[in-house]
Design a protein around this ligand. Structure first.
Ligand code: 13P
Length: 273
């Protein structure tokens, strides 16, 4: 199957009232487990890796593996750089053939974030790649650093969408990366207010630990991409601890990633392109 950018996947998800699962992968086992779940559920999926994870799995090595596995899959797959913070890394992902990139400008002012997002769009669009941006501050970074969460304002989100024409926007609504301390209190009112004015695809980060009910409510209110990282990594690690030898460990890690992806795809909604 050819590689897909995110847009056709997000559009099909919109038509089916679903969201695409975006699973962060760190090794071959996770890549294979996630794709097995996608094939079995006959649902498109996004394979992604965040810039902060590259010291463990350099993009020049894991990128081609992600792309090759995606091309071999029997379902449409987009290959995405998650939380790109430097133009250098975003450029490298595009040069490798990633079909989608995220520019994380959450540390910048709104104006700087919009300016940099537009520059990333200029790099990505000529290659047919899609761009995701972020607005507001998601509590806890992808690498686990604590930071004060700042929810996105609906007015600023709508302005961001209009002025950048970005393909997907990650909105901070009280979500956080990693393991939640206490049940997350998501601000559905923000999603509802954006949705009333725009059908642009919204993205939910920090999927690990969010209840199925909240996932469904997010999907109902315009979330079209949901990121899952910690759940897969915890499950793979726990599975590896039980292993008798290396090959058994590899099988168990793949199975763990498969189970996590399959469960989440079931909640986010199965659909074909
Ligand atoms: P979790 O690690 O909480 O699942 O979040 C994943 C994510 O949002 C990656 O960008």
């Amino acid at each position: 199957m050819p590689l897909y950018s995110m847009s056709p996947l997000l559009k099909a998800a919109e038509e089916h009232g679903a969201a695409v699962g975006a699973f962060s992968v760190s090794n071959l086992e996770m890549i294979r487990g996630v794709l097995r779940a996608a094939e079995e559920t006959e649902t498109p999926v996004i394979l992604q890796i965040a810039e902060v994870r590259l010291p463990h799995a350099p993009l020049s090595l894991i990128g081609p593996v992600m792309l090759a596995a995606a091309r071999q899959a029997k379902v449409p797959v987009a290959v995405h750089l998650d939380h790109g913070t430097t133009f250098q890394c975003i450029q490298q992902a595009l040069d490798l053939g990633f079909t989608s990139v995220m520019f994380d400008g959450s540390a910048l002012s709104m104006e700087e974030n919009m300016l940099a997002t537009r520059q990333v769009i200029e790099l990505a669009r000529p290659r047919g790649a899609t761009v995701e941006a972020e607005i507001g501050v998601i509590g806890k970074t992808e690498s686990g650093e604590d930071r004060t969460a700042v929810c996105a304002s609906p007015e600023e989100s709508l302005r961001f969408l209009k002025e950048t024409q970005v393909d997907a926007l990650a909105v901070a609504i009280g979500n956080a990366h990693g393991v939640y301390v206490g049940a997350p209190q998501l601000r559905f009112d923000i999603l509802e207010a954006i949705r009333r004015e725009s059908k642009a695809p919204l993205v939910l980060h920090g999927g690990t630990g969010i209840s199925d009910e909240d996932f469904r409510r997010c999907v109902k209110n315009g979330i079209r991409k949901i990121n899952i990282a910690t759940a897969t990594h915890i499950a793979a690690f726990e599975a590896a601890r039980e292993a008798r030898n290396y090959y058994d460990m590899s099988d168990r890690m793949e199975e763990a990633a498969y189970q996590v992806a399959k469960r989440h795809i079931g909640v986010f909604g199965t659909f074909a392109l």
